[in-house]
Design a protein around this ligand. Structure first.
Ligand code: SF4
Length: 232
């Protein structure tokens, strides 16, 4: 497994747990607001960390760190390697959280059914109507994304859905539609977009705190837990 980034200590990435985060390269989406342009567009040019270095650190931090978050890029592109890799992490006693864009529902199911993941955070790019535009993929077939939503909502595991909200890409209508689609989901987070040099396409902006709060109120009509993240 090629690991392109290793955040050795985070309080933010694994809800409620002290964790570490591993970044894998490559993605099948091209969300223009993506904060990891290098990892997505040219992972082969990114530096990488030896797997054994990561395992040696995780061995030493047993009992201190509680969880490992696996993010990207899109980790589920590594469907052959990921189960074995996570299995080694679980053998060390860690909780594992998977961040995913939901395009590989079969792998999410396999990981869950083999007790390899404890928490999944799945991106919801937009309403079904505008999904391809926000994911940066023309004529995107979102059936796999829908199957992942369906699976997570019925899996009994801890999960969250989350949307990075971009003024130029999202509208109130999108959240009306998402509210119907994901009605009754366990937890939904709206993440404020932040511009940076690492995004795939510059020039986007965020909604104001008040506007994001309005979206939250709208979504709470169908979801019990809706919160914002990343607002200054
Ligand atoms: S935001 Fe996530 S799904 Fe979109 S391109 Fe970046 S890594 Fe891929």
């Amino acid at each position: 497994m090629k690991i392109h980034g290793f955040n050795t200590l985070t309080l933010l990435d694994y809800p409620g747990h002290l964790g570490a985060t591993l970044f894998l390269g490559g993605c099948n989406f091209r969300c223009p607001f993506c904060q990891n342009a290098g990892l997505v567009l040219s992972p082969q040019s990114e530096p990488y960390i030896e797997e054994e270095e990561v395992f040696s650190y995780l061995k030493k931090r047993r009992g201190i760190l509680e969880g490992v978050c696996i993010t990207g890029g899109e980790p589920t592109l590594y469907e052959n390697e990921l189960p074995g890799f996570i299995s080694r992490i679980k053998d060390l006693g860690y909780l594992v959280k998977l961040d995913t864009n939901g395009t590989n529902p079969e792998l999410i199911r396999t990981l869950r059914e083999n007790d390899l993941i404890d928490y999944a955070a799945m991106d919801i790019k937009s309403s079904k109507e505008n999904y391809g535009k926000v994911a940066g993929v023309k004529d995107l077939d979102i059936s796999s994304v829908c199957r992942s939503v369906e699976y997570l909502m019925n899996s009994g595991m801890d999960y969250e859905f989350r949307t990075t909200v971009v003024r130029e890409l999202h509208s109130t209508e999108d959240f009306v539609s998402i509210g119907k689609w994901l009605a009754g989901c366990r937890a939904y987070y709206l993440q404020a977009y932040k511009d940076s040099e690492n995004v795939i396409q510059r020039g986007f902006s965020s909604f104001s705190r008040e506007e994001l709060d309005d979206f939250c109120r709208l979504l709470r009509q169908t979801m019990p837990l809706v919160k914002t993240r990343g607002i200054d």
